[in-house]
Ligand binder design. Structure first.
Ligand SMILES: [Fe+2]
Length: 379
């Protein structure tokens, strides 16, 4: 019999807790909801207040109404935020043009970084994440998560985020009622994205927005990605950025933009990624936006001058190799506006940039292996 009662008590305590978690209740309100008298409510409230098991770290707080009766509410335990993962690189301040309104970011990766099998790394790997479109119902989250996991797992693999990370389809966005087809509403897309990349925030060298995030900025001057970057302490830039990576005494320069082009031809897309070559000298020119995978080596002739004690001692003209890279997206094809408009299906493969310990570099473009490598053509 006593056992029965205890069971019944447990049920009532749970019920009261549910009510008090929702909002504050008076004893009379609880008695009405539970169909028990006020003395019994007071009995159970007293039990609940002293029960570590039911309170689970929280507590019952109460205050007087103007009429003198008490309102009771459950207060959850304060959650401590997990600390961010440690930074696996150092961001160097630059001369006045750094920061979100600037265009230059310089990072140092420590010489003793390890490789995938905990041996000294033979190269630094960069995964460029472009056009993830989180929130679009055809976003391939499994593929995205698999790539994030490789960055997390491999000590020598780092990430950059090149825009259109979240979908942000608004009422007046291109695509008509595209907003209605989102699987996650825009306000939650930012939170989902932040949670998905939190584990690799310490290995994300830079983040920029794309035209999809710009939809918000154009209307409100607020960029959701800026909030993500701020929260995760990731270097954020409002537009294209020049990124210098130094490792083991070598330096590689990247021009990173989201990109823009309406072209449907390989030549047109490669012309678009090469446009900044008119005004920037870099080792890599990277963009996305066109949801395709392309890469191309080009060279330019650059002057090389050597000085000793301020005097010019040699002058020569040297070829310098530059790589134009277009990154694929994480958006599937069937059932999207691209299919409806009759665009060529985009690539489902990947791009991995390798900065080698001898100062050279490789770009692997092809399919992913289960071990996280990218096989295919190296350029
Ligand atoms: Fe885009």
């Amino acid at each position: 019999m006593e056992r029965e009662n205890r069971k019944e008590d447990g049920k009532i305590l749970k019920k009261i807790l549910e009510f008090l978690k929702e909002y504050g209740h008076t004893v009379w309100e609880l008695s009405q909801k539970l169909s028990i008298n006020e003395d019994s409510v007071n009995f159970y409230l007293n039990k609940l207040t002293n029960s570590k098991k039911y309170l689970a770290g929280g507590f019952i707080n109460s205050w007087r109404t103007h009429g003198g009766s008490f309102v009771y509410v459950y207060v959850s335990p304060t959650k401590k935020r997990d600390p961010l993962p440690e930074k696996a690189f150092i961001s160097l301040p630059t001369a006045g043009n750094e920061g979100e309104k600037g265009l230059y970011q310089r990072v140092i990766i420590l010489d003793d970084v390890l490789g995938p099998n905990n041996e000294p790394a033979k190269c630094i790997e960069i995964t460029p994440f472009y056009d993830i479109h989180i929130g679009h119902r055809k976003c391939d989250m499994d593929l995205f998560r698999a790539d994030v996991e490789q960055v997390r797992k491999r000590p020598n693999r780092f990430a950059i985020f090149g825009g259109d990370s979240i979908e942000i389809a608004l009422g007046d966005s291109a695509g008509g009622a595209a907003w209605a087809g989102q699987s996650i509403p825009p306000d939650e897309q930012r939170i989902v994205f932040e949670n998905e990349i939190r584990d690799i925030s310490g290995k994300t060298l830079v983040m920029i927005p794309g035209n999809h995030e710009h939809r918000t900025t154009k209307k409100t001057l607020m960029c959701p990605l800026r909030e993500v970057a701020k929260s995760l302490e990731i270097p954020y830039f409002a537009g294209p950025v020049i990124l210098d990576i130094t490792w083991r005494g070598f330096r590689w320069t990247f021009h990173i933009s989201h990109g823009r082009s309406g072209s449907n031809t390989p030549g047109g897309k490669l012309n678009a990624v090469g446009k900044p070559r008119n005004y920037v000298v870099a080792d890599f020119f990277i963009m996305g936006h066109v949801h395709d995978k392309k890469s191309h080596r080009v060279s330019r002739l650059v002057p090389r001058r050597e000085f000793r004690e301020g005097k010019l001692v040699s002058f020569s003209i040297m070829p310098k190799v530059e790589r134009k890279i277009i990154c694929p997206s994480y958006l599937m094809y069937e059932g999207t506006y691209a299919q409806q408009a009759g665009y060529t299906p985009g690539s489902r493969e990947s791009i991995l940039i390798q900065l080698n310990a001898d100062g050279s570099s490789t770009v692997a473009t092809g399919s992913r292996t289960l071990e996280g490598d990218v096989t295919g053509i190296n350029i």
